[in-house]
Every structure is written in structure tokens, then in C-alpha cells.
Design a protein around this ligand. Structure first.
Ligand SMILES: Cc1cc2nc3c(=O)[nH]c(=O)nc-3n(C[C@H](O)[C@H](O)[C@H](O)COP(=O)(O)O)c2cc1C
Length: 275
């Protein structure tokens, strides 16, 4: 039996009691993975219009549609953006990079045009815009998968957020959530194993009392399928390379040093308040 026949095994490394007749779109979701290498084949305008229609079909808070998408197809600009993240040179193989942006500017402009004051520059609006943009990105990803395209979000671009904002001419009120590499796959990627539902899903009320043991089991399963190479282990300069670097060790290592501490400052400078 293959993982495709037994999607619980594929996604979790454990058997799951799932319906026998899983609809194809859901089966495809259970088999979804990022792709980090693309063929040079261009993506047609029609296909892009379809993908963007799918993105814009995502739910959006109060239909406020507080996001924008910049489609980078010019190889020179694509390379400029990719150069911001030298550790991910495969970005340059993507014929398209779509940058998903929270956009609080459009509504502010509309308030002005309509002659109303704008009283919602706050953390909740920031959150709504980020969620809108993320949902649009996910709908784009799902549609791309159905069309045989591969994608990979790139939040690492936010490590160089000021340079990115300059290259893309981002005005006040607009902030990037992630870039999305898009292209026809030149690699099949791999199916990454997720935490079991008993860790992520809580019944009726929050309960993480079994976390240590449950994570240890997950660490064993994940390591058994895909041992983390030295290159994938975080901050080895500080912590060294482990023969067996588990998922929980690696995430704890990753978050032991501050990441993107300048993001709140960027938002402030772009006139976005988090009060
Ligand atoms: C918001 C977001 C940002 C991400 N940023 C990056 C990134 O900068 N570089 C990268 O290679 N992958 C990035 N990824 C991809 C994740 O690493 C990937 O989804 C995760 O390892 C699980 O693998 P899977 O999607 O194949 O299941 C990002 C994913 C998300 C959702």
C-alpha cells in the first residue's frame, strides 16, 4: 500500500480512520508539499488570470479585501528580489514570484474619497489584512497545485523588508506577508509529516497536558522518515550538529534567537499601528 492509498500514513506516519472514498481535491491536499525547483517554462497569462481569480475567491473579512498581490515576471526584478535571500538561490528558477501584501492603504484612500474619517488603524485591522492575504495565497497555492504547478512561500524576504519595500515601491499602509515562488515543478519535493491531530486539535476545551510524550512520539516518527541533515539543522554554529536532530529540538533552536525583530518598526514607519 502506498502513501497515496493511505493518506494518514503519508501525512502523519500513523494510520487514520478516514473515509474510503476521499474526494480527489482533498486527496490532493493531503499530498500537498512545497516545490523548490522549477522548469524554465513560462506561465501563460490565462493561467495567471485563473490563479489570481482563485486567490481572490478566498474569504475576506467583511469583504474589505485588504490585500494586494504583486506579480513579478521581469527576470531582472525577480533576481533582485531573489538576491535578498542568497540562501535560497532556487528562487531564481521561478518564472513568477507573487508577493502577497497586507494592504491598509486602499481602504484609507477610499475613506478619503468618500469623505469619512478612518478610525481603525489598529492591531485588529493589521491581523485582518494579514489573514486576508494569507487566505488569498493559500487559494492561489491550491489552484496552482491543481494545474500541475509548484509553489513555495518565502517569508525570508521579510529579513530584508526595507530592501524589498524599496524594490517593489511599497507605499505606506502596505506590508509583505510572503513571496510565493510559482513554476512548473522540476522536482517532486517530499511530503512532510505533520503533528498528530491529538496535539493540534483539542476536544471541547484546550488541553496540552500530554504534550511532552506526544511530541516525543512525533519526533521519533518524523526522524524515522526523514533524518535532518546538518544543512537543515538550525544554528549549528551555536549548538553544533547532532546525529539525531529532532523536529522539537530544531524548532526550539530556531526560535532561541530573535527573528525579524525589526518588523514592528517597519510597520510603524509604514504608518501601521498595532495598538
Ligand atoms: C508563511 C510561510 C512562509 C514560508 N517561508 C519559507 C521560506 O522563506 N523559505 C522556504 O524555503 N520555505 C518557506 N515556507 C515553506 C515551509 O518551509 C513549508 O511549508 C514547511 O516546511 C512544510 O513543508 P510542506 O509545505 O512541504 O508541507 C514558508 C511557508 C509559509 C506558510
Amino acid at each position: 500500500m502506498t502513501d497515496a492509498d493511505n493518506p494518514g500514513q503519508g501525512r502523519y506516519g500513523i494510520d487514520l480512520d478516514l473515509p474510503a472514498d476521499i474526494p480527489d481535491p482533498i486527496r490532493a491536499l493531503l499530498n500537498r508539499r512545497v516545490i523548490r525547483k522549477y522548469k524554465a517554462d513560462a506561465i501563460s497569462d490565462q493561467t495567471m488570470a485563473l490563479l489570481l481569480s482563485a486567490a481572490q475567491s478566498a474569504p475576506t473579512k467583511s469583504n474589505l479585501q485588504q490585500y494586494s498581490i504583486i506579480i513579478i515576471r521581469d527576470p531582472a526584478i525577480r533576481d533582485q528580489v531573489a538576491d535578498l535571500v542568497p540562501s535560497m538561490p532556487w528562487m531564481k528558477t521561478a518564472p513568477v514570484i507573487a508577493v502577497f501584501l497586507g494592504d491598509l492603504r486602499r481602504i484609507r484612500r477610499l475613506a478619503e474619497i468618500r469623505g469619512h474619517s478612518y478610525q481603525n488603524n489598529n492591531a485588529d485591522t493589521f491581523m485582518n489584512a494579514a489573514v486576508d492575504a494569507a487566505l488569498a495565497m493559500q487559494c492561489f497555492i491550491t489552484a496552482a497545485d491543481h494545474l500541475g504547478l509548484g509553489t513555495c512561500p518565502i517569508s525570508y524576504l521579510r529579513n530584508r523588508i526595507d530592501d524589498l519595500a524599496e524594490i517593489l515601491a511599497l507605499p505606506d499602509g502596505v506590508f509583505p506577508i510572503a513571496g510565493l515562488c510559482v513554476g512548473y515543478p522540476d522536482d517532486s519535493g517530499y511530503l512532510s509529516m505533520r503533528l498528530p491531530q491529538k496535539i493540534v486539535v483539542h476536544q471541547d476545551r484546550y488541553d496540552d497536558s500530554q504534550l511532552p510524550g506526544d511530541v516525543e512520539d512525533y519526533d521519533e516518527r518524523a526522524h524515522g522518515r526523514f533524518a535532518l541533515s546538518a544543512a537543515k539543522q538550525r544554528h549549528t554554529d551555536k549548538y553544533g550538529v547532532l546525529e539525531k536532530c529532532t523536529w522539537s529540538e530544531n524548532v526550539a533552536r530556531q526560535l532561541s534567537l530573535p527573528e525579524r525583530a525589526g518588523f514592528a518598526d517597519f510597520l510603524k514607519r509604514k504608518g501601521i499601528k498595532l495598538d
